[in-house]
Ligand binder design. Structure first.
Ligand SMILES: [Zn+2]
Ligand SMILES: [Zn+2]
Ligand SMILES: [Zn+2]
Length: 274
């Protein structure tokens, strides 16, 4: 299994769209891994996680091959994860090459966003089909066994994060969530097996914050909890992702901290095979 991170910033991006604070200025000067776009990742070549406004930029500049994407999971409706307008271009006369239906999954707030933007919920002509999900739902798509878990995030919608399994490998993509809840831990336990890769929200970096997002030391705690519960082990790969300029660490410093605790610090374009 392979995961590629195309966007690793929180909502404001980094440098922030309208920000010129010290950390945004330094990121602009240093460039490279300090330039972060909004949240998106790809599992293997066909399962996309979230559709931010930079979806097209990821395809133009970072090699995201949207021709091969056949399913899309949305975590929630925040604008850094959910820009449904791009799905209008799946159909003729905008795409002459897409065949079949893209299977799209999201919570009822994501569905509402599709309706509010006029994109609709798809059909044969639109070349996608929307499936409503609630926390606790599990399903199979393209041979992936997917479990939707309840994120601890905004109270105004039922935000999700995902456990994804295929061919005996599994990953947990836990972003835009605070610390894992007891319910999360129980559901992961009943899914069975050890996680091969765990990707954790690290929006607040050097600061602690476990009720809406997490910081790096919250992630260190989640790692200990998952290992103690037998859901991960010494072979599990740990990744931190989704960073805000308010978190205080540019990439180099983040990477140094991450290394110390056995994590990989994600950056736009990073791939991990496991
Ligand atoms: Zn976000
Ligand atoms: Zn800033
Ligand atoms: Zn969010």
């Amino acid at each position: 299994m392979k995961i590629t991170y195309y966007g690793t910033a929180a909502g404001e991006a980094w440098p922030g769209v309208f920000c010129d604070c010290e950390l945004c200025r330094k990121a602009r000067l240093l460039g490279g891994k300090n330039i972060r776009t909004r949240s998106q990742a790809l599992v293997n070549q066909d399962l996309l996680l979230d559709l931010p406004p930079e979806n097209n930029i990821h395809s133009l500049l970072l090699g995201l091959d949207l021709q091969k994407v056949e399913a899309l999971l949305f975590t929630h409706s925040h604008s850094d994860h959910c820009y449904p307008e791009d799905l209008e271009f799946l159909r003729e006369p905008y795409s002459h090459t897409r065949k079949g239906l893209m299977e799209v999954f999201g919570n009822p707030s994501v569905a509402q966003r599709f309706l509010d933007t006029g994109v609709g919920l798809g059909g044969e002509k639109e070349r996608f089909r929307f499936h409503r999900l609630l926390p606790g739902d599990s399903f199979t798509v393209l041979g992936y066994r997917v479990l939707a878990l309840r994120a601890t995030h905004t109270k105004t919608e039922q935000c999700l994060f995902y456990r994804i399994e295929k061919d005996g490998k599994s990953l947990l993509y836990a972003h835009d969530t605070g610390a894992l809840s007891e319910e999360n831990m129980e559901m992961l336990a009943s899914a069975g097996g050890k996680l091969n890769l765990v990707s954790l929200d690290c929006t607040q970096q050097k600061y602690r914050e476990s009720g809406y997002h997490m910081g790096f030391y919250d992630d260190v705690e989640q790692k200990e909890r998952l290992i103690k519960a037998g859901l991960a082990d010494g072979k599990t790969i740990w990744v931190v992702n989704h960073f805000s300029h308010n978190g205080g660490w540019l990439h180099e410093e983040l990477e140094a901290q991450a290394e110390k605790y056995g994590f990989l610090a994600s950056y736009d374009g990073m791939s991990v095979e496991f």
